[in-house]
Structures are given as structure tokens and as C-alpha cells.
Design a protein. Structure first.
Length: 196
């Protein structure tokens, strides 16, 4: 049986947002809670990757870890490797906390569409590539560690070096705004009034 662990990235500095996005609110739920529920619906376990100063703000029911010491604060790739080290699994479902419109239906659909032979399965649409709503195979862990040890922290650059499958986001949800990152408080409402 394939073990699937969710890695919830919630350690960004949120400079543009002005406060930690993990604790921003939408429809009565915190961003990280929405992401957690989306992952928990399809994963055997979920681990939240965050910063030391935020650890106590998460629910005591959630498992929260920080980046590995040697790559602390070095961005999403560091968070993904830290999650892989914290939890053994066959595959890892990555979701950042600042995609609050992604729910259980979207995570389930991506899981259905993902090709098991790919190292990583991620999304793209007319706006661009969406690398961090993605499924990673455990076999990339060693290469990911090597890249980080060499000081290579760029997500897209890493994805170009492994077998990455890109799925059109319209196969998961016809509205591309579902998959965008909320970077500023007013992003939550801009162009997004139709029932969301």
C-alpha cells in the first residue's frame, strides 16, 4: 500500500501580506486549516512546516516541524525536504498555506490524475506553472538534498531536473483563480466574488 503524507508549507515570511498568511482567515477558517483539511482528506498523515516563532499558534492536534537546521528559512524546497525527513512515505502531497481556495475535491482530483511513474506531478494553466500544489515521489529525496547542499533553492530549476508531469489545472477545476496564491489581504476578494 502506498503511504501518502501531506506537507503543508506554512513558513513563508509573508512580507507582502503583512502578517503570517497561515493565520489569515477565509469564511471563518484560517488559511492553514483549509490547506490542512484539503490534505487530510486524501493523505495518511499531514505535517506542517513552519518557523520556530509560529509553532505555538497552530492547533495542538497538528504535527508541526521547522526546517532542518542547515536549510532553515531557505524557501519551499527546504520545507519539502524537511517534511520528507520528518515523515517517511512513498509519496508526498505538497500544498502551501496561501492557496486557500484549494479544497478536498481538488486534492482528490490531482491524486486521481497523477502518473505514478513521474517524480513530481504539478499544475499549469494560462497564468503559468503552479509548482507547489503537487505530488512528489520519495525517490527525489536524495537528489533534492544534493541540490540544497549545493545551494540550489529554486523550485522550478529542480523540477526541470527530474521527471515532472504538468497537468492542465482545468482538468481539476475550470476556474484558474482557485489555484492562485493569495499574497495580499485584498487578493482574497479581487475578481473572486462569485460564490467564493
Amino acid at each position: 500500500m502506498t503511504v501518502l503524507v501531506g506537507i503543508l508549507l506554512a513558513g513563508g515570511l509573508s512580507r507582502r501580506y503583512g502578517s503570517p498568511k497561515a493565520f489569515a482567515e477565509l469564511e471563518g477558517e484560517l488559511f492553514y486549516e483549509r490547506a490542512y483539511n484539503a490534505l487530510a482528506a486524501v493523505c495518511d498523515d499531514v505535517v506542517i512546516i513552519s518557523r520556530p516563532e509560529l509553532m505555538e499558534r497552530f492547533s495542538s492536534d497538528a504535527e508541526v516541524v521547522t526546517d532542518l537546521d542547515w536549510i532553515e528559512g531557505q524557501g519551499p524546497l527546504a520545507g519539502i525536504l524537511s517534511g520528507m525527513v520528518a515523515k517517511r512515505a512513498d509519496k508526498y502531497f505538497v500544498l502551501p498555506c496561501d492557496m486557500p481556495y484549494v479544497g478536498p475535491a481538488e486534492t482528490a482530483r490531482l491524486l486521481d490524475l497523477a502518473d505514478n511513474a513521474s517524480d513530481i506531478t504539478a499544475l499549469w494553466n494560462t497564468v503559468g506553472k503552479i509548482p507547489l500544489f503537487s505530488i512528489w515521489d520519495k525517490r527525489v529525496k536524495e537528489q533534492l538534498q544534493q541540490e540544497l547542499e549545493a545551494g540550489q533553492f529554486r523550485v522550478m530549476k529542480f523540477m526541470e531536473k527530474v521527471a515532472t508531469e504538468w497537468i492542465d489545472s482545468s482538468e481539476i477545476h475550470e476556474e484558474p483563480l482557485v489555484f492562485r496564491n493569495v499574497n495580499q489581504p485584498d487578493d482574497q476578494m479581487r475578481g473572486w466574488q462569485n460564490g467564493h
